[in-house]
Design a protein. Structure first.
Length: 338
């Protein structure tokens, strides 16, 4: 190898159009003076859904990506890390560099300027037939250990391909690959179509709420939560997807209060609301509160329908409870349990 510091880079994106966005980025940085490589693996909220074909390749669900950091949250770190190289190695460098430099430009950072070595172009000149990364890896006796394109694994395969063209022995394959260092767990996916995306500012992902913000979110969501728990307990138990509806409710309350995205706090507040015991008095007061809140009046029917259909079974008790609540919404009069 002729370069002192080499960075092998790979990205997965929402699609292949010029305006698509990065979902994941992984890189391996190696030095002539060290046999131990450094790795970097990050995932992002691309602020748009992936094309179905791209999603089949990278395997990232559009719901999960909504709860990740923005690229802008890591742009400075990534730019410093990737700039510390004498050579950038990629398989289809034109593709990866376009998306990486586009993201840096959107963040006000200059493009990467190190010389580039494209293993795809080298493979096309060296071998007949297919030159995709999988086909090239197969020529070296390597294959994927993951069923989807894992960018860190792709960077590893590209590194081996580069080593082959430099006359350096290939590295032993790995049996598994880690998750991104910054990955945030997503709550249960809601039933039906995903809600529309909301604006997200850099630096807001993962921030924790203050005690007063947590209390405000709980207070705002509480009336609707009482009615939803009332419906869910009609069959005496909570299904997993019923709990997801409460998560969705807390997120809606946080958005109304303009709170930063915090799944830890969302989970905590939702857990508290799931412990509610909806007595007749509480249900009556909750309905009165919802009737006085135009936003909750609009969202409540959708949330109620998602709640009663969450476990795929619409039992008689749930039907009766839903009927009572809808009757109150329709007539806009105080709730009265018959």
């Amino acid at each position: 190898m002729t370069s002192k510091h080499i960075v092998i880079l790979d990205t997965e994106t929402t699609g292949v159009q010029r305006y698509d966005r990065i979902v994941t980025l992984a890189a391996i940085r190696v030095s002539e003076n060290s046999e131990t490589p450094e790795t970097l693996y990050r995932c992002f909220d691309p602020r748009k859904d992936s094309h179905p074909g791209a999603a089949r390749i990278h395997g990232w669900d559009d719901w999960t990506t909504r709860f990740q950091d923005l690229f802008a949250d890591h742009a400075d770190e990534l730019h410093r890390w990737l700039s510390q190289s004498d050579l950038l190695v990629m398989h289809n460098a034109e593709f990866d560099l376009h998306f990486v430099n586009r993201e840096f430009r959107k963040c006000g950072l200059p493009p990467l300027t190190a010389p580039v070595y494209c293993t795809l172009e080298r493979a096309r000149s060296a071998w007949p037939g297919k030159a995709g990364l999988d086909a090239c890896a197969k020529r070296l006796g390597l294959e994927r250990v993951t069923d989807k394109h894992h960018p860190l694994e792709d960077a590893f395969l590209t590194w081996n391909l580069y080593r082959y063209f430099q006359g350096v022995p290939r590295l032993s394959r790995r049996s598994q690959w880690p998750e991104p260092e910054n990955m945030r767990p997503a709550p249960p996916r809601p039933i039906g179509n995903l809600p529309r995306r909301h604006a997200k500012r850099p630096g807001t992902a993962g921030l924790r709420w203050t005690p007063s913000q947590r209390k405000a979110a709980e207070r705002l969501a509480r009336p609707v939560a009482i009615l939803l728990v009332f419906l869910a307990l009609s069959d005496s138990h909570f299904a997993t997807q019923e709990k997801a509806v409460i998560w969705d409710l807390v997120r809606r309350a946080a958005e109304r209060l303009d709170l930063p995205s915090s799944e830890l706090d969302t989970e905590s507040v939702a857990a508290e609301l799931l412990e509610l015991v909806p007595t007749r008095t509480l249900v009556t007061r909750a309905m009165d509160a919802v009737l006085g809140d135009e936003t909750w009046r609009e969202h409540l029917p959708k949330l109620m329908t998602a709640m009663v259909m969450a476990d795929g079974i619409f039992v008689a008790d749930e039907r009766a409870a839903l009927g009572k609540v809808k009757e109150v919404l329709l007539k806009q009069r105080p709730f009265s349990a018959q």
